[in-house]
Design a protein around this ligand. Structure first.
Ligand SMILES: Nc1ncnc2c1ncn2[C@@H]1O[C@H](COP(=O)(O)OP(=O)(O)OP(=O)(O)O)[C@@H](O)[C@H]1O
Ligand SMILES: [Mg+2]
Length: 230
């Protein structure tokens, strides 16, 4: 079976009088049910790599495959659709829409894929409940604590039941207790729901909780403790 997501020889160079290479020669296969931590110094290309894996950016060399399908052949529209169906994103800043409640923030990406409103609403409510956010459902982001807001951001990332969640320093603005609780949530998603997670973190203790560690330096993978799942 093809890996869920695979980067083959991925290099991304920004053109210009002095071209800047963000990542180079990345070979990385992410299997189903994998929990991968990406670490490395500031400027080593972690965010750039996540954008490429998440189909938010395209490589200048090499290929990104999803379920064995080369995404280079896909139009921008097809890429966006694939992203919505298969991937979920969490960033350091929550990016929740301030004028919408938690429930509405989770419903928005669901509506983009279509379906009956009552069914979508029931699914969004169940998801928020499962993440311990029943009390946050009807609240606006500004009425929530930082930890709760990031959980809502995770709920939104899970809205369309993605196979892979890509998270870029999702605990960067959280205290250690909330950060640990976010990783508890990731562990549950992997263990009980078979999802795959790739999470960028600066925190070595959090990174150690992932079953696989990938370390970047100067845009290259210098360490990969290896795939543990197919
Ligand atoms: N739009 C851009 N123009 C020029 N250089 C860029 C651009 N985006 C990123 N870079 C450079 O590319 C390199 C990789 O950046 P990236 O943001 O991927 O690193 P990072 O590992 O995520 O860093 P951090 O830990 O600070 O978030 C850095 O040297 C950065 O300065
Ligand atoms: Mg970054």
């Amino acid at each position: 079976m093809s890996p869920l997501l695979e980067a083959r020889g991925v290099t991304r160079t920004l053109p210009g009088p002095v071209p800047v290479t963000l990542v180079r020669g990345i070979d990385l296969a992410i299997g189903r049910g994998e929990f991968v931590a990406v670490t490395g110094p500031s400027g080593s290309g972690k965010s750039s790599l996540l954008y490429l894996l998440g189909l938010l950016d395209r490589p200048t060399e090499g290929h990104v495959l999803i379920d064995g399908e080369d995404t280079a052949r896909l139009s921008a529209g097809a890429l966006a659709r694939l992203r919505r169906q298969r991937l979920g994103f969490v960033f350091q800043f929550h990016f929740l829409l301030p004028e919408f409640t938690s429930l509405e923030n989770v419903l928005l990406p669901m509506r983009r894929l279509g379906g009956e409103e009552a069914a979508l609403r029931a699914r969004a409510e169940a998801l928020l409940e499962r993440l311990g956010l029943a009390d946050a459902m009807a609240k606006l982001p500004e009425e929530l604590s930082g930890g709760m807001r990031q959980r809502v951001a995770v709920a939104r990332a899970l809205a369309n039941d993605p196979a892979l969640v890509l998270a870029d320093e999702p605990t960067g603005n959280l205290d250690s207790r909330n950060a640990a609780s976010m990783f508890d949530l990731f562990e549950t998603l992997v263990a009980e729901h078979g999802r795959s997670i790739v999470v960028v973190t600066h925190d070595p203790a959090l990174a150690a909780r992932a079953r696989r560690q990938v370390r970047l330096v100067d845009g290259r993978i210098v360490e990969d403790t290896g795939a543990v799942a197919a």
